[in-house]
Each structure stands twice: as C-alpha cells, then as structure tokens.
Design a protein around this ligand. Structure first.
Ligand code: SF4
Ligand code: SF4
Length: 205
C-alpha cells in the first residue's frame, strides 16, 4: 500500500540523484544528460548503422566489389548505380567503373550490406553529411565511398574480426582444393600408360 505522496517523493529522489551525479559523472555513466554537441560527443555504439561504404583491402585498387549489381537490384529505393569496368579489348572486368549512392534517397536500411555476397559493402558510422549542395555533396561517388578494412575494424571491430576470419578460412579452403586438384592432375600425368595391344596375326585362308 502506498502512502499519500510516495510516488512524488520517489520521482523527486530520481531527479535529486541525477542532479548530484551530474557534478561527478559523465554522460556515459548516467551523469550529465545534456551533451553539448558538436563540442561534446558520446562515443558511437558499435552497432550503430548509417550510410553504406565500399571496403578495400590494403589499397583502394583492391576493392572487394566485383560489380555484380546484386546490391543495386536489392536496394528498395534504387539509389545505387553501378557501371562495370571493361578493359581495352572490351572484356568485362570484375570491378566497377562507376559506383554511386544517392544519399538523399538512401534510407539506411542496410539491405545492401546483407545482400552483398562478397563482403564489399558495409554500413558506416558517418552521419555528419548535411549539405545544402545536393548533387556534388550528397551523391557519393566511388572515390568517396571507398574506405579501408582498417577503418571498418575501427568502427565495428567485432563484425570486422569475424568477417576477416571467415574470409581467411574460405581462402585457405580454396587454396587446399586447388592444391589437391593440381596434385591429382600431376599424379595422372606421371602414371604409366597401358602398353599398346599387339597387332592381330593375319587370318589363315
Ligand atoms: S557491393 Fe557487393 S553486391 Fe554490390 S555490386 Fe559490389 S560485390 Fe556486388
Ligand atoms: S542502405 Fe538500403 S537504401 Fe541505402 S543503399 Fe543500402 S539498400 Fe539502398
């Protein structure tokens, strides 16, 4: 049974506790609740997701995207535009010549990340992209979308670690299968060939 005014006292105690804590604790520890952005910032949570970016390994030439177009087809508002690169003999290459994402249309759903079979596109933490100039600043072209795997490790270490391990295991399995196939082919070549059958004797008349 509650006595008269108990709820008010409990509420005021919470306020008093937060008021005192604001002098001794930071926002991360439940102290100061007002963060004076942009001078003050809370650390971003690892699971925070914003606009997508393209990953490369080591150097921007080693981008993982193979221009398969799956993400563009799966993107609900169709804000990804990809054109495959071709060599001088007009042979298609496994890389995009053009990869644009219109950030004015992207709805941050993350479906592109889920759909990509090549671990090439992931959701970023970057949210400070406001601009009054739409075409130049909010249409992100390939160069602006490219970010390193080290950056991915920095913003989402748990996912990045798991993905690296999975990719390394898949690569090791592929190399083992290739080595086994090469060994089998070499063994088949080295095996003695069956002797030729003797010519049939001429038939008696
Ligand atoms: S990001 Fe992934 S799904 Fe999209 S085109 Fe590149 S490889 Fe294909
Ligand atoms: S996050 Fe969603 S809307 Fe944005 S590019 Fe990816 S699939 Fe398209």
């Amino acid at each position: 049974m509650m006595y008269f005014g108990e709820g008010v006292v409990k509420g005021m105690m919470v306020t008093l506790k937060a008021f005192v804590a604001s002098y001794f604790k930071g926002p991360e520890d439940g102290g100061l609740f007002t963060v004076e952005y942009p001078e003050q910032r809370l650390p971003e949570k690892e699971n925070f997701r914003n606009f997508p970016f393209l990953i490369y390994d080591n150097t921007p030439d080693n981008l993982r995207c193979v221009a398969c177009d799956i993400c563009a087809k799966e993107c609900p508002p169709k804000c990804i535009y990809i054109v495959r690169e071709f060599d001088k003999d007009n042979k298609p290459l496994k890389r995009p010549a053009v990869f644009n994402i219109d950030h004015t249309v992207c709805m941050n759903c993350g479906i592109c990340e889920e759909a990509c079979p090549f671990d090439a596109i992931y959701m970023d933490h970057n949210f400070e992209i406001a601009s009054a100039e739409r075409n130049e600043n909010l249409l992100f072209r390939k160069d602006k979308l490219l970010k390193s795997n080290e950056y991915f490790h920095k913003i989402r270490p748990t996912d990045a670690m798991a993905i690296d391990e999975r990719r390394a295991a898949a690569e090791a399995k592929k190399k083992a299968a290739e080595a086994a196939a090469a060994q089998k082919a070499a063994a088949a070549q080295a095996a003695p060939k069956p002797a030729a059958l003797p010519a049939e004797p001429p038939k008696a008349e």
